[in-house]
Design a protein around this ligand. Structure first.
Ligand code: HEM
Length: 440
């Protein structure tokens, strides 16, 4: 640590203007700071310190190379954990590793094949009722599709409408409350006093009971349903040969519901927005995929390129955080113990050092892997290292299946509206208004 320095930066209390701007416009303010400090900077928070970076080497160091020294910050794990319990997204250390080893095989690409038919059925049903017209807001539609996809692949059974509604309200309400609580820590006492915290904890308990009943029914059925619940029930720990306790299965189901829902809805909404605004890319995609069948569409390079390019410009996980467990060094920088690291994927994905014409929507850049090789390393839609998104192949399968069917069934056009970005836990648009018409 001797010859190393903290990255340059600013103090929140001395830079009140920038601090207020950061709360109002986190993305714009971070982009500006990244330009000033060349991709990595320190924010002195008084007792704590944060290092924000969009340097791919630094990111790899934190997420992969020296990942043992970096835990997910308590901010999200503890806040979300109060409602979701202790699952993959909300745990750290040995407990997380044991759960990850147990569940990872269930998300292997070969195991996912069982889920493709459920995904396809869900998508077909959704598209058969697709809303068309002049100013259709596709965001709530993609939200409900992503929910149907995750719920149907978790529980391949008919679920009553009322129960679906309770589960979907729980996801939306919990995320909204957690975000409010994180952004306004000074109001935590008020949320306790005005009953909001209690209300959300009661919701969580009700949802746990619903899921427990579904698990009990599954055990009683005594047959396989080839869904994610079967996978979780059948998974066995390497060391003991035993399966998870029922409470652990409920925790993991809640985590999958939250982690797999909004991210997918955001990615699909932005993809449709970008294609509607780039008719030549949309037409090229239709042309190159017109004879592609159901199974091939999942691996189709052109469809994947459009989705990847959309996640480059609008990464649903726009930022990730970690905390240094011990003192560390990266390059000339020292990273003292307890420093919060903010990995700014959004900034990296638009950094002209790694991308030609970064603000342009050009799916073709993902087809030219040889020349774009270095740049592909600057692309982290699913994170990196051992905590890489466990649902990455699942997400790509559902999104490619949807996009392939959608573009061949519908025409879409831009309406001149530009979505406002809402960088909360995930990066989502406020609304995406498109003109949609069935193709003859
Ligand atoms: C476009 C869709 C998705 C995107 C962009 C996305 C992105 C991510 C990212 C970046 C992380 C790592 C966060 C970090 O390092 O701090 C993550 C973790 C995770 N994702 Fe996804 N995700 C998507 C869909 C899904 C789906 C469909 C599922 C499950 C069905 C899922 C389940 C999870 C879980 C459980 C974790 C935590 C893994 C762990 O810490 O071991 N995700 N996701």
């Amino acid at each position: 640590m001797n010859n190393t320095i903290l990255p340059p930066g600013y103090n929140v209390f001395q830079s009140i203007g920038r601090t207020l701007k950061q709360i109002k416009d986190p993305i714009g303010t971070m982009e500006e700071s990244m330009r000033i400090y060349n991709g990595t900077y320190t924010v002195n928070l008084g007792l704590k310190r944060l290092i924000a970076t969009q340097n791919p080497g630094f990111i790899e160091h934190v997420l992969r190379v020296n990942q043992r020294n970096y835990f997910k910050s308590e901010m999200l794990t503890e806040h979300l954990g109060r409602f979701l319990g202790k699952g993959l997204l909300t745990s750290n250390g040995d407990y997380w590793l044991r759960q990850r080893r147990l569940i990872q095989p269930g998300f292997h690409i070969d195991r996912l094949k069982d889920l493709y038919l459920i995904m396809k059925r869900t998508i077909d049903e959704f598209l058969s009722k697709m809303q068309t017209g002049l100013n259709v807001d596709v965001y709530p539609l993609m939200h409900s599709l992503a929910f149907e996809l995750v719920i149907n692949t978790l529980f391949n059974v008919t679920i009553p409408g009322q129960v679906r509604k309770q589960l979907s309200t729980f996801i939306t309400e919990t995320q909204g409350f957690v975000m409010k609580d994180i952004r306004q820590p000074h109001k935590s006492w008020w949320f306790r006093l005005n009953g909001e915290l209690k209300k959300n904890l009661i919701y969580a308990q009700e949802v746990r009971t619903i899921i427990k009943n579904m698990i009990d029914q599954r055990m009683a059925a005594g047959r396989q349903f080839n869904d994610l619940l079967d996978m979780l029930l059948d998974a066995r720990y390497e060391d003991s040969g035993l399966g998870m306790q029922e409470e652990q299965i409920i925790d993991e189901i809640l985590v999958l519901l939250i982690a797999g829902h909004e991210t997918t809805a955001n990615a699909l909404s932005f993809t449709l927005y970008l294609l509607a605004n780039h008719q030549h890319e949309l037409e090229r995609l239709r042309e190159t995929t017109k004879n592609v069948g159901f199974h091939e569409s999942i691996k189709n390079a052109n469809i994947l390129a459009a989705i990847n390019e959309s996640m480059r410009l609008y990464p649903p996980a726009w930022i990730s955080d970690r905390v240094a467990v011990d003192d560390d060094v990266y390059d000339q920088f020292k990273i003292p113990k307890d420093t919060i690291i903010a990995v700014f994927y959004y900034g990296l994905h638009r950094d002209p050092r790694y991308w030609n014409n970064p603000l342009e929507f050009k799916p073709g850049r993902f087809l030219n892997a040889a020349t774009e090789k270095d740049k592909i390393r600057a692309f982290y839609p699913f994170g990196s290292g051992p905590r890489l998104c466990i649902g990455n192949n699942f997400a790509l399968a559902e999104m490619t299946l949807f996009l392939h069917s959608f573009i061949h069934m519908f025409d879409i056009w831009a309406t001149g509206q530009t979505p406002q970005l809402k960088p909360l836990v995930t990066l989502r648009p406020d609304r995406v208004l498109l003109k949609i018409k069935s193709r003859e």
